[in-house]
Design a protein around this ligand. Structure first.
Ligand code: AVJ
Ligand code: FE
Length: 436
């Protein structure tokens, strides 16, 4: 069993750490140094901050805490502490240069592989089944998604390329699926690399509801725009209406109107908005307003997870919509393999038992829910991962995007952000109550 065989755990840890570093290296070597040290948006760090921060977190947890080693460069901890300095301030810090950052991250990694060789992967909660190594691989992959967001915000010619997803035949299945009411198990207590906010597993009652078979597409979202959605106050939550008026928001981020058609800028290239792709770069307020216009609402977080994990036949919650197998390319669009969502209706092999598609990958999906702890939550191993973010300021997103790696994406994985944020790879699907 891969959870108890230390050699299998070590191999999984090495593979995920190496995969993450390959991606980090690509994202920080496809542009010249000035583009690494520049701030492309006040919402984001310079790319070189992410690079050394990745190394610094790895040093703190895997070399110092797990390995018991002395700090390599204790003087830089403050610079790379996300809580000491907001993103907008980071360009003014005495950051390591790109070359120093690469050297530092590589030195940490070299020592980490030695620590992993000798580490007992059981007995303490931090290293049980390689948790700390998995946590750090996930942390790096999360920053790889953050860095891809920075690349999307960067002006200038294209620096990254990837093949497009396969074109999907137009999806002709039912537009929505009925999820039966009743209890299901939400969260997990036995997924070894699940982070603190996904724990513990607990029973949730959910009333029957209908949920969209696929994420909302650009064509559907355009119908909302053409129908005056952005000029109709009654579709909007009051704070959302105030926000879009103040900011003059009339379409998803990166969209522009060219006569009768909509264009969008994507990683340095301008293209006609593809009608059958899930809409991306909308904030929670836009998703909420669209749903109200459509006579529907956003799914709650529990509804989303029930749609993704509940297997009516087995009567239990699976790790993913398609079952318990780790994600493979035929299941979902993950890992920056493509630099865009796949057309709605893609990945039939990734659908849930009830037939809901693309819950995992493509676009993060806004839910109606605030980010709150599950009953029995315990911060682990540090409060600043989740606990300090609980409360009504953040809305939960689920399912991962094309930009996140499989190691940081599961049926239980929880992401969160402010309801005004839309530089993230965020889309949504809608729901409505079922017959009670
Ligand atoms: C889970 C994506 C909200 O980027 O703020 C990275 C992940 N935490 N370093 C974030 C994270 C610490 C986090 N999100
Ligand atoms: Fe971080």
């Amino acid at each position: 069993d891969s959870l108890v065989d230390p050699e299998a755990v070590r191999e999984r840890a090495v593979t995920t750490l190496v995969t993450a570093r390959d991606r980090t290296t690509l994202l920080t070597s496809c542009v010249e140094d000035p583009d690494l040290t520049a701030q492309h948006s006040p919402l984001m760090s310079p790319l070189v901050w992410d690079l050394a921060h990745i190394g610094n977190q790895e040093e703190q947890w895997l070399l110092r805490t797990v390995g018991g080693q002395e700090a390599i460069r204790p003087e830089i901890d403050g610079i790379y502490d996300a809580f000491e300095h907001p993103r907008s301030e980071r360009p003014t810090l005495p950051l390591l240069s790109p070359a120093e950052s690469r050297r530092y991250a590589a030195e940490v990694r070299g020592r980490v592989l030695d620590v992993l060789e000798g580490a007992a992967l059981h007995g303490t909660r931090l290293t049980e089944a390689g948790f700390a190594f998995g946590m750090i691989a996930q942390h790096e992959q999360q920053h790889d998604e953050t860095m891809l967001i920075t690349h999307q915000l960067r002006k200038g010619p294209q620096a990254l390329t990837a093949p497009d997803p396969d074109p999907a035949p137009l999806f002709t299945g039912p537009a929505e699926v009925l999820v039966p009411g009743g209890p299901f198990i939400m969260g997990t207590s036995d997924e070894p690399w699940a982070l603190d906010n996904e724990r513990p597993a607990h029973r949730r009652e959910v009333d029957p509801f209908y949920i969209d078979t696929t994420p909302v597409t650009n064509a559907e979202y355009q119908a909302f725009i053409e129908d005056g959605g952005y000029d109709t106050e009654r579709w909007w939550a009051p704070a959302g209406w105030a926000h879009i008026r103040r900011q003059s928001i009339h379409a998803p981020l990166f969209w522009s109107r060219d006569g009768k058609q909509w264009l969008r800028r994507r990683f340095g290239v301008t293209e006609v908005v593809p009608p059958d792709e899930p809409v991306v770069h909308v904030c929670w307020y836009e998703a909420d307003a669209y749903a109200r216009w459509a006579g529907r609402r956003l799914p709650t977080e529990a509804e989303w997870e029930k749609a993704a994990r509940h297997d009516p036949a087995g009567g239990r919650s699976t790790r993913y919509p398609w079952g318990d197998a780790d994600p493979a390319p035929e299941h979902a669009n993950l890992g920056q393999r493509h630099l865009r969502p796949a057309p709605a209706g893609s990945y039939p092999q990734g659908e849930s038992p009830l037939g809901v598609r693309q819950l995992i990958g493509d676009v993060w999906e806004w839910t109606a829910s605030d980010f709150e702890p599950y009953p029995g939550f315990q911060a682990f191993p540090y409060k600043e991962y989740s606990e300090v973010f609980f409360g009504p300021d953040h809305k939960v997103l689920r399912g991962g995007s094309f930009a996140v790696d499989a190691v940081a994406c599961r049926g239980t994985f929880r992401n969160w952000d402010y309801p005004i944020r839309r530089q993230i790879f965020s889309g949504f699907r809608t729901a409505r109550p079922g017959a009670v």
